[in-house]
Ligand binder design. Structure first.
Ligand code: ADE
Length: 251
C-alpha cells in the first residue's frame, strides 16, 4: 500500500512545486506515495476565513485558533479511509532525525499540520501523535518543516530512489556520517582522489569507506559515536583521532 502524505496549512500552494519535482514527483508517478495539501481556511466559518487571534494574557503577535484545526482534523481523520498519524511542528517538539523519518515511512497515512504566526493555541497539540522540531531555530511557519519531513520520508520508501540507488549506504543509516566520495577527474587542481578508490579492489574500498565514515564522524559529529556500532579496534582509532584533532570543523 502506498503512503498517503497530507498537509494542513494556510499556504497549501507551497507544497505542490516541490512534491511534483525530481524524486518526489517520480515516487508519486510510480504510485509509491500520494500527496494532498488541505487549506486550513476551508474549516473557518466567517467571511474573512480567519484562522488566527490574539493571545490571552497579552503579548506579541497572533496565534492559530483551535477551532479550524480541531474541525479539520476531525473531518480528515474520521472520514479517512486509513488511520492517520498526525504530526505537528514546533521548535518545542522532539528533534527530528533519520530514525523518525524511517518510522514515518512505515505509516500508511500521515497528516502534517503546519502552524504560522507566533504559534498555535496549546489545546491543538492534544490532537498530535507527535510534535516534531527540525532544530534549535525558529521558522516562520511549519510548511518548510513539513517539506523536510515529506522529503526525508519519501526517499526511504522502497523504490523511491530508483533501482540503482539505496538509502542504506548513507549518513545516519548505520549511526555514522557517510564516507567521503569522489568523482572524475581523479586529480583536480592538484588534489588527488585516494588511490585505493581507483584500485578496483572492492574489499580495500569497503575498508577505506568504513574508516572514512568513522573518521568524519569522530571529527564532525562525535556526539553520534556513543550509539554507533564500533569494534574495540575502531573505538581505539576514534580515541586517537579525537586526541590528535583540534576540534570539529567549524570551531
Ligand atoms: N516551526 C517553527 N520553527 C520550527 C522548528 N525549528 N521546527 C519545527 N517547526 C517549527
Amino acid at each position: 500500500m502506498s503512503l498517503a502524505i497530507e498537509t494542513l496549512s494556510v499556504f497549501p500552494g507551497l507544497f505542490e512545486p516541490y512534491m511534483s519535482t525530481s524524486i518526489m514527483g517520480r515516487a508519486r508517478d510510480r504510485g509509491l506515495v500520494s500527496f494532498s495539501a488541505h487549506d486550513l481556511r476551508d474549516w473557518t466559518h466567517d467571511r474573512h476565513r480567519t484562522v488566527d487571534d490574539a493571545p490571552f494574557g497579552g503579548g506579541q503577535g497572533m496565534l492559530m485558533k483551535p477551532g479550524p484545526v480541531f474541525e479539520a482534523l476531525d473531518d480528515l481523520t474520521c472520514g479517512g479511509e486509513r488511520p492517520a498519524h498526525v504530526v505537528f511542528f514546533s521548535p518545542c517538539g522532539h528533534p527530528y532525525d533519520e530514525a523518525a523519518a524511517a518510522r514515518l515511512s512505515r505509516e500508511s497515512r500521515i497528516i502534517l499540520v503546519c502552524g504560522r504566526y507566533e504559534g498555535m493555541d496549546e489545546r491543538v497539540y492534544s490532537l498530535a501523535d507527535e510534535v516534531v522540531s527540525l532544530g534549535d531555530y525558529v521558522l516562520t511557519g511549519g510548511e518548510l518543516a513539513a517539506l523536510v519531513v515529506a522529503d526525508s520520508v519519501v526517499r526511504l520508501i522502497p523504490g523511491a530512489l530508483g533501482d540503482d540507488m539505496s538509502a542504506a549506504d548513507e549518513s545516519f543509516s548505520d549511526g555514522l556520517l557517510e564516507y567521503a566520495q569522489y568523482t572524475r577527474p581523479s586529480v583536480y587542481d592538484g588534489m588527488r582522489v585516494p588511490d585505493v578508490l581507483l584500485s578496483g579492489d572492492h574489499a580495500a574500498v569497503a575498508a577505506w569507506r568504513r574508516a572514512s565514515a568513522i573518521e568524519r564522524t569522530a571529527l564532525w559529529r562525535p556526539d553520534l559515536l556513543g550509539q554507533a556500532d564500533l569494534s574495540a579496534e575502531e573505538r581505539e582509532r576514534v580515541r586517537a583521532l579525537v586526541e590528535d584533532s583540534n576540534g570539529p570543523r567549524g570551531e
